[in-house]
Write a protein that binds this ligand. Structure first.
Ligand code: CA
Length: 672
């Protein structure tokens, strides 16, 4: 099987290859139960493959070495009549007369630092009650909280027991140990519906035998189907990470929160991965000159679009959904994967768990171009309309319109002094459905609205930098930054689509101006729980927005017609826009219509209501007295303004309209 790169690439994509070697069985890996253990690998060009068994994850002493038997379609198999649960293993794969050692890319367990695979009878890893574990009922809205496992509990102020800090286990304690709610108790009170956890498959950048001072976001996969070891309380016994990861998920479910897993199938920690060692040359993309493609900017691109690569990715997603009860997946650099693969994954999840039960979304871009397989469609933003309804994309257009470019610290958006953004903001409100950003989503349900994520500056830092310059003090509670923060949240919480924010955005999280903290200290990265008190006003505002959003069917609508609910979009002046939302629904709502104003200007604005524009609002007194409580035409109620969200008081409407304070939003509901 000697071919040059170009020939190999063509061969891998050919009908001939598919017919001879495509294997659709779901039994690759080591499947272990009371009645035996079956090892299967896919490696169509190997000359022979040897299996080696070990007592533990460290010692070099081989307990048993045995040759695998070749089966059809490039599969190799070895069967044992007994359960080998708890044994460790690896393979010697022979190519060109040379043996290369590898762990099993399909392994479900591994040794400390992942170098050796582990045989696991998965039923023996379930914590108590996990078999009965179910995701909480789907909520009216998806409000996704992006969280890193270590960030969540590393701060001693969390009150979480020391042994659990930075670990899966931190999610299993109530978070009521200290002077104020932290941890799980805090999450519950906040009202978010989903926690999106940064990568927790086994990754390579943290030494699992090393100290607690290490930190990494974890976008460097080693064992795709095994939980990361550094979040477990014991890294030596490969079962512990599996059990504790399940405990975390079970605890989130018990507290009414669904769990989304951040997955990184676009590249691996190193090109010299288990996939590469198992089938050299097959799993990565190459340029015509034979060099590795690097659309991920991480050194290699997984060759999504090839039959067995797609099978690998789809099988891995299904595994996490089934075995760990994961409720959704966020795809890192989804633009390097294909529309065909994403739709297939959605289809398989829908079939297994019910339509829309599992949420999918991703970054609809790549770091650089990558040689995709011919005939495939990149899952890039421009192709959003080809993705199924249920597959979402991060809306960088909404993000940048609200707060400015992520690449230039001083570049402002609508809320922090940017000009000429009124139109973009109105497009954002309507979920970009009308092609306002050179792409056309199939429906607003595909839009993930956000203004902060782990990448780039925190929202607080971005606002401080753009409003007060580089020498600013990130720990100072600037009043204008606070208002801009509230307005930014107000805006995306009133846009069509799904809602997403980085943990701590609601308490002015700062990383002291560091925009790429992927391997910074845990102290810089961690959630500082004291800030939930210090910025309590902001936390309350977010809580209000969260609870209000869930009550407004006109904003929660995920059907293809949701964009049509947004009407009468109007630029009222520089930095001031307004629009109406049809809030009627099958479930009764107190308000049939919403009127929303964003005022990013420095002045108090008086904005006419739609019926005033039409001239059919009766105003009793032409000169409405300041501070008056009521008028007979005041059927509008204020549901949120710049200082409070989720309130309900009669709106004060004058002949000129409704007054909206500078740097704030206004949300009115018209009584049904
Ligand atoms: Ca690891």
């Amino acid at each position: 099987m000697k071919k040059n790169i170009v020939e190999s690439m063509a061969f891998f994509a050919s009908q001939e290859f598919e017919a001879s070697f495509r294997y659709d069985g779901k039994d690759l890996g080591a499947v272990c139960g009371e009645d035996g253990t079956v090892f299967k690998v896919w490696s169509p060009f190997a000359e022979k493959i040897g299996l080696r068994l070990f007592r533990d994850g460290m010692t070099e002493e081989v307990c048993l070495e045995e040759e695998m038997q070749a089966e059809e379609k490039g599969v190799w198999k070895l069967t044992f009549p007994e359960s080998l649960h708890g044994m460790y293993y690896d393979y010697l794969v022979w190519n060109d007369g040379k043996a290369v050692r590898t762990a099993d890319p399909y392994a479900v367990g591994c040794s400390r630092n992942g170098g050796r695979s582990m045989v696991v009878d998965l039923r023996k890893t379930d914590p108590e009650g996990f078999r009965e574990d179910r995701a909480p009922e789907a909520c009216e809205e998806r409000i996704i909280y992006e969280l890193h496992i270590k960030d969540f509990s590393y701060d001693a102020e969390s009150g979480i027991p020391r042994a659990f800090r930075g670990k899966y286990k931190a999610f299993t304690v109530p978070g009521e140990m200290g002077k104020y709610p932290t941890g799980m108790e805090y999450l519950k009170r906040l009202g978010i519906t989903h926690v999106h956890l940064l990568p927790f498959f086994d990754y390579g950048s943290v030494d699992e035998a090393g100290d607690e001072e290490q930190f990494n976001w974890g976008y460097d996969p080693v064992n795709y189907n095994v939980p990361e070891g550094s979040y477990a309380t014991d890294t030596e016994d490969g079962i512990v990470r599996i059990r504790e990861c399940k405990e975390m998920i079970g605890a989130l479910h018990k507290n009414g929160i669904r769990v989304i897993m951040d997955v990184v199938y676009n590249h691996t920690h190193q090109e010299d991965s288990w996939l590469e060692r198992m089938v050299p040359g097959y799993y990565y993309r190459y340029n015509e000159d034979g060099s590795l493609a690097n659309g991920s900017a991480c050194g290699n691109d997984i060759a999504a679009g090839r039959a067995m690569v797609d099978n690998y990715i789809a099988d891995s997603v299904m595994y996490w959904a089934r075995e760990y009860h994961i409720d959704g997946f966020r795809f890192d650099l989804m633009g390097l994967l294909t529309v065909e693969l994403m739709n297939r994954i959605q289809g398989e999840l829908d079939e297994a768990f019910g339509k829309g039960e599992k949420l999918l979304y991703g970054e609809p871009w790549s770091a650089d171009s990558s040689p995709m397989e011919e005939g495939t469609t990149a899952a890039q933003k421009r192709n959003t309309g080809f993705l199924c309804d249920g597959i979402g994309i991060f809306s960088d257009d909404t993000r940048d319109a609200i707060k400015g470019s992520v690449f230039y610290a001083d570049n402002p958006g609508f809320v922090n002094g940017g000009q000429g953004l009124e139109k973009a903001i109105l497009h954002a409100a309507a979920g970009w459905k009308n092609g306002g950003a050179c792409f056309e989503p199939r429906s607003c349900s595909q839009i993930i609205n956000y203004v902060s994520a782990h990448d780039n500056y925190t929202l607080w830092d971005k606002l401080v930098l753009s409003m007060h310059g580089e020498k600013a003090d990130f720990d100072r509670k600037y009043a204008d930054v606070l208002s801009a923060n509230k307005l930014a949240a107000f805006i995306y919480f009133t846009c069509q689509g799904n809602l997403f924010f980085q943990a701590g955005e609601e308490f002015g999280r700062t990383k002291q101006g560091e925009d790429n903290s992927y391997c910074s200290s845990p102290e810089l990265n961690m959630l500082r729980w004291q800030r939930t008190v210090e910025y309590g006003e902001l936390v309350e505002y977010y809580k209000g927005l969260i609870s209000l959003r869930k009550k407004l069917p006109g904003l929660c609508d995920k059907s293809p017609s949701a964009a049509r609910r947004v009407m009468c979009g109007r630029i009222q002046g520089e930095g001031v826009v307004s629009f109406l939302v049809d809030n009627r629904d099958v479930r009764p709502s107190r308000w049939e219509e919403l009127f929303i104003v964003y005022n990013a200007s420095d002045l108090r604005q008086t904005v006419r209501l739609p019926e005033q524009e039409r001239g059919d609002l009766e105003i009793e007194h032409k000169d409405y007295p300041e501070g008056a409580e009521e008028t007979k035409t005041a059927v509008w109620e204020v549901l949120a303004d710049g200082s409070r969200a989720d309130c309900c008081r009669q709106a004060e409407i004058t002949a000129e309209g409704i007054r909206v304070a500078p740097h704030s939003g206004m949300l009115l509901g018209r009584r049904s």
